[in-house]
Design a protein around this ligand. Structure first.
Ligand SMILES: Cc1cc2nc3c(=O)[nH]c(=O)nc-3n(C[C@H](O)[C@H](O)[C@H](O)COP(=O)(O)OP(=O)(O)OC[C@H]3O[C@@H](n4cnc5c(N)ncnc54)[C@H](O)[C@@H]3O)c2cc1C
Length: 439
């Protein structure tokens, strides 16, 4: 019997993959919410008019899994894990029950951490779960004039952009603790392109903000910071995620940041696998471990564990931290390492950046940055931003990084040309590599 705790991207993928590999295995998912796999970007999609209801952002349904003989229990929270007796305690409404397992898959993901400063304050909202998003949406539908977003990373910037589209007259301010917006996400060249767009969209922001206290009542939320007192109708938190490790504390080994200590197949111990947002993963191509909460990472950790549980293949997963986000009319694409990762490695990372034509002359511009190993000239990372939809480049960048292509190889790498299709006789990736070599 395989018991999976957490029915989101990692948990459901693990169940589906194990079922593909083994038609007879008993598989049961226990999920504490009423749904399986809510994509936390749902609120942004709704604010931008891409979906009509938050429920459309739910990726899986119970019935499809049940057709594959995967037993699903919703509103079923795991309270405790006992590795010695190989049992879990599950609470379903007012009942608790003890369930035995042969293999346990823990996929309880991440949380948006409550801030010490917000203790007892109303008017502080967040967006990761469907419940949170619903609550935030209800408040936004009231007569709101001024919103603060706490956190100027990808989550905060995407939210600001969606809010601007939803209510053009809304006063939107981003408060960020680091000295730069998107400090951990992208290079300053890309940040600059986004900040330009933000100022045209009348988005205010403050960096280096330390929130000391938040006092909220029904009227206004008052934020005391190292840079003064700010008042808003509502505050939406957009902090970095962190592992949801509370019930694991006395069960398995945890790292200092609360991520689980696992081997290459994501085993915490013989019969326990830990997946997705509970883990730090090696970042390709520098192989240092980082906390990189992404759906693409979660499902791939599940694939590795499923094959191991079924005794089929020994798979391996290292993340290239490939992701795409969109804000203020720009699509931003990134993969691999960046200069900021230098403090974890023994060599320097050289960088080149430029603005190129996406296809032929006169086509959309693309801001591009490459990060290069100073000794080997291997491409360690690529980032780009453009007003055109460049999302499909994310996977190309990821393959270049994963394949450790050198700048010399990229300079003359073969990309197609056909006059009838969007293409260029010299690709922008050839051009940035050539510019890097000749500078
Ligand atoms: C606003 C926002 C936007 C994002 N956008 C993107 C994006 O565009 N692309 C991307 O790749 N990533 C995105 N992410 C990150 C992504 O949401 C996470 O990486 C992903 O949800 C992780 O999946 P997971 O299955 O590991 O964990 P989670 O999705 O966190 O799921 C954990 C599941 O476990 C359940 N659970 C928790 N505790 C228990 C318990 N004790 N018992 C039973 N069940 C339990 C939870 O209810 C939940 O369903 C975004 C995150 C946020 C907050």
């Amino acid at each position: 019997m395989i018991v999976i705790i957490g029915g989101s991207f990692a948990g459901v993928q693990a169940a589906l993959e194990i079922r593909k590999l083994d038609k007879h295995q008993e598989i049961t998912i226990y999920e504490k919410e009423k749904y399986l796999g809510y994509v936390p970007n749902g609120l942004n999609q709704l604010l931008k008019g891409q979906i009509d209801s938050l429920k459309e952002a739910i990726l899986y349904d119970e019935e499809t899994l049940k057709l594959q003989q995967i037993d699903v229990h919703l509103e079923s929270e795991c309270l405790r894990i006992n590795p010695t007796s190989k049992q879990v305690i599950i609470q379903q409404h007012e009942y608790t029950k003890t369930i035995a397992y042969d293999h346990l898959v823990i996929a309880i993901g991440s949380i948006q951490r409550p801030l010490a400063a917000e203790q007892g304050a109303n008017l502080v909202y967040q967006t990761k779960t469907l419940k949170d998003a619903q609550h935030t949406l209800e408040k936004l539908q009231e007569d709101i004039l001024a919103v603060a977003i706490l956190g100027g990373g990808i989550i905060g910037i995407e939210l600001a952009s969606a809010l601007r589209q939803y209510k053009p007259e809304l006063q939107i301010t981003i408060l960020e603790k680091f000295d730069h917006l998107l400090e951990l996400a992208v290079d300053e060249v890309i940040t600059e392109a986004i900040v330009n767009k933000m100022s045209k969209n009348n988005i205010k922001f403050y960096t280096g903000i330390d929130v000391e206290a938040i006092q909220g009542n029904t009227g206004a939320a008052c934020m005391c910071t190292n840079q003064g007192i700010f008042e808003y109708d509502m505050i939406i938190k957009a902090p970095n995620l962190e592992p949801n490790h509370k019930i694991l504390e006395e069960t398995i080994a945890l790292d200092i940041d609360g991520s689980s200590v696992v081997n290459e197949r994501f085993q915490a111990e013989n019969s326990i696998y830990v997946l997705g947002d509970l883990l730090r993963l090696p970042l390709m191509p520098i192989s240092e471990k980082f906390y990189m909460p992404l759906i693409n990472n979660s499902v791939r950790t599940a694939m590795v564990a499923a094959h191991d549980i079924s005794g089929k293949n020994i798979l391996k997963f290292e993340s290239t931290k490939t992701n795409v986000f969109a804000a203020f009319g720009l699509t931003i694409v990134r993969s691999g390492a960046q200069t900021r990762n230098e403090r974890f490695i023994t060599y320097s990372i050289n960088k080149s950046s430029g603005v190129y034509s996406l296809h032929s002359e006169g086509s959309a511009k693309i801001y591009t940055v490459i990060f290069v190993h100073e000794d080997t000239n291997e491409i360690l990372g690529i980032q780009a931003a453009s007003e055109a939809d460049i999302s499909s480049f994310a996977n190309l960048f990821s393959v270049i990084v994963r394949g450790k292509m050198t700048v010399e190889e990229l300079a003359t790498h073969d990309f197609f040309f056909h006059a009838a299709y969007a293409s260029h006789v010299t690709h922008f990736l050839n051009e940035i590599a050539l510019d890097h070599l000749t500078k």
